[in-house]
Design a binder for this molecule. Structure first.
Ligand code: 13P
Length: 249
């Protein structure tokens, strides 16, 4: 049985006071039966580590460096994130791919770097609007997943999470329908199953893209959707907790 995971990706929003209060409120209201994680901006990790220690809410980061150490101005190593109590790190978020030029190869390296640091990578996959309209959803998502499978191997997914985030649904208010999302989640699981049925059955595949309290139930009811990666709605404690509540049922 896959325990659902609901992770909040705060992106570059809020300020320190908000981060502190938001994390405390989410920790205080966390329901049972679902795992929660929060991915704040880097500078807030230390404070949130203190806020969240001893609570059921795990800490995650939004990105990590491709390298382990060295002269890489502005980058943050996975081991540094682990020192601040991170359990998860997002890898290959579409904003990293599209705005910062992260290729499939870079994402695969980061995935391995995360695991080497003891972190659980949350591998983000998803097609653009144009790719969906051209009927390329499976080939794009398959290519993104294969890049990591070829580099890290299927067994690496024992310690990883996948998030399907269609680019056209991120921050747009357009959500994939439960049927659209389920189809891609099933495709991802089949792709894993070609190499290892046990890994495919155990790996959590989260959905992300305009998930809100009012659409979470229908998405999470799908058999291959194991939780959510939440952007905008994770910046409001009540909204985020309402999604977590749905996931816990
Ligand atoms: P929204 O929930 O704001 O659409 O963001 C989704 C996302 O990108 C989470 O990583």
């Amino acid at each position: 049985m896959r325990t659902p995971l609901v992770a909040g990706n705060w992106k570059m929003h809020g300020r320190l006071d908000m981060a502190r209060e938001l994390a405390a409120r989410i920790a205080a209201g966390a329901p049972h039966g679902v795992e929660l994680a929060l991915c704040p901006p880097y500078p807030y990790l230390g404070v949130l580590q203190q806020t969240l220690t001893g609570t059921p809410v795990a800490l995650g980061a939004q990105n990590l460096a491709e390298q382990a150490e060295g002269a890489f101005t502005g980058e943050v190593a996975g081991e540094m994130l682990a020192e601040f109590g991170c359990r998860y790190v997002l890898v290959g978020h579409s904003e990293r791919r599209s705005l910062y030029g992260e290729t499939d190869a870079v994402v695969a390296t980061k995935f391995q770097r995360a695991q080497a640091a003891g972190l659980v990578p949350v591998l983000c996959l998803g097609e653009s609007q144009a790719e969906r309209e051209a009927g390329q959803t499976d080939s794009v998502v398959g290519r993104q997943l294969d890049a990591v499978l070829e580099t890290a191997g299927v067994a690496a997914f024992h310690q990883a999470v996948i998030a399907y985030e269609p680019v056209w649904a991120i921050g747009t208010g357009l959500t994939a329908s439960p049927e659209q999302a389920q189809a891609v989640h099933a495709f991802i699981r089949q792709r894993l199953a070609r190499q290892d049925a046990g890994v495919a059955a155990a790996t959590r595949v989260l959905y992300g893209g305009s998930v809100k309290a009012d659409n979470a139930a229908s998405l999470l009811a799908e058999p291959d959707i194991d939780g959510g990666l939440i952007g905008g709605a994770s910046l409001d404690a009540d909204s985020f907790l309402a999604i977590c509540q749905v996931a816990s049922l």
